[in-house]
Design a protein around this ligand. Structure first.
Ligand code: PLP
Length: 365
């Protein structure tokens, strides 16, 4: 029988799958899909079966090279989603404390709840630029804390956490025998400006990532966990209970994508550069949105100053065929999250409509 108190779902993911679609969809957080036609792939390249036990060796080597770690520190996973699950499940037991940022990506909280951990939060505050405040983390940590969880770049605000801050978080974690999980899926969107993964900062760090968001490659589900080798081994063994062996064509496509990542990234970089100008111009023109502008990434999370964010989202969907993410899904109900990794024409249309809906709210108030 199901335990009725246990978290069994993510309301955000359900919303994203069933209710975020719109003609002008600014609710996505990745760049537009990369097409297989643009990859140098032959039918033989995606052979159906091959030797994949604790990883497919060519993929293990390619991920290790990309992340500048040894292959035994890499656990391949089905997207950052499964990577986060395996990382948290390998470290947390029922009754442990886990400290998670707020605002946060909903599945991170859901996984902790599903695993029976007690969730404690630390605030990333707007008047602090949504930075991670080590003092706030320290206040949330207890002797029962086994994991501290944050995203870098931050979803939903795009804020970057620097290595000095991460080192302080690592020290706090070490003090109570905990680990630090850094979801780095959006760090990929820094491309050649990206710092090394936080896994290089010490054995207490676990990093997760994928090719999903920055490269438009969600379809191949190429995700990974980086961790010290003993912990990585535990995650592989845990994975035997879940995904066990991935789809081999996806592994092979991942190897090809990684070999062509510079080219794939260049397309995304050009798109984001153009779209960032558009979103900044839009934000410059609005006095009814208060915003911390991230330097990098694919999303921005302005605060709605007139009317409520929910009211705005509803109006946008019903009258303007446009969607953004209601901030309540990230525990920031006065905000919306606007993604700008979409096609530039869609972004222009969506921003025009967002402006019109904000004007309409002003007239009503
Ligand atoms: C912070 C964060 N982690 C993980 C994911 C899921 O990534 P993937 O598609 O690689 O599973 C998302 C998707 O929105 C995300 O925002």
């Amino acid at each position: 029988m199901n335990n009725p108190g246990r978290v069994n779902a993510s309301s955000y993911i359900e919303w994203a799958k069933l209710r975020s679609q719109a003609k002008f969809n600014l609710a996505t957080s990745g760049v537009i899909p990369y097409l297989i036609a643009d990859l140098p792939v032959t039918i033989e390249d995606i052979e159906l079966s091959g030797l994949s036990l604790y990883g497919y060796e060519p993929l293990q080597r390619a991920l290790a090279r990309k992340c500048k770690v040894e292959p035994h520190s890499v656990v391949a996973a089905i997207g950052t989603s499964m990577a986060n699950y395996l990382a948290m499940a390998a470290v947390l037991a029922p009754g442990d404390d886990v400290v998670i940022e707020s605002p946060a990506y909903d599945p991170l909280i859901g996984i902790a709840g599903f695993l029976g951990a007690s969730v404690r939060r630390f605030e990333r505050r707007m008047d602090d630029g949504f930075c991670v405040d080590p003092d706030g983390v320290e206040r949330a940590v207890t002797n029962a804390t086994r994991l501290i969880v944050l995203t870098n770049l931050h979803n939903p605000t795009g804020a970057l956490t620097d290595n000095d801050t991460l080192l302080k978080i690592g020290e706090i974690a070490r003090g109570v025998g905990a680990r630090v999980l850094v979801d780095e899926v959006y760090l990929e969107a820094l491309f050649d400006e990206a710092p090394l993964s936080s896994v290089h900062l010490g054995n207490e760090f676990i990093a997760t990532g994928s090719l999903t968001k920055a490269y438009g490659l969600s379809g191949i589900r190429c995700g990974w966990i980086l961790a010290e080798p003993d912990l990585a081994k535990r995650m592989w063994r845990l994975n035997d209970l879940f995904g066990n062996i991935p789809a081999h064509p996806a592994e092979r496509l991942s190897v090809i994508a990684l070999a062509n990542l510079e080219r794939i990234g260049a397309r995304a970089q050009a798109l984001l550069k153009k779209n960032r100008v558009m979103i900044n111009q839009f934000l410059d023109s609005r006095e009814d949105l208060e915003v911390v502008r991230p330097r990098f990434g694919t999303v921005v999370a302005p605060r709605v100053l007139r009317g409520s964010a929910d009211q705005l989202c509803e109006l946008l969907r019903e009258k303007y065929a446009t969607s953004v993410v209601p901030g309540r899904y990230f525990d920031m109900p006065a905000h919306i999250r606007v993604g700008f990794g979409c096609d530039s024409e869609m972004l222009a249309g969506g921003l025009d409509r967002l402006g019109a809906a904000l004007d309409e709210l002003r007239r009503r108030s």
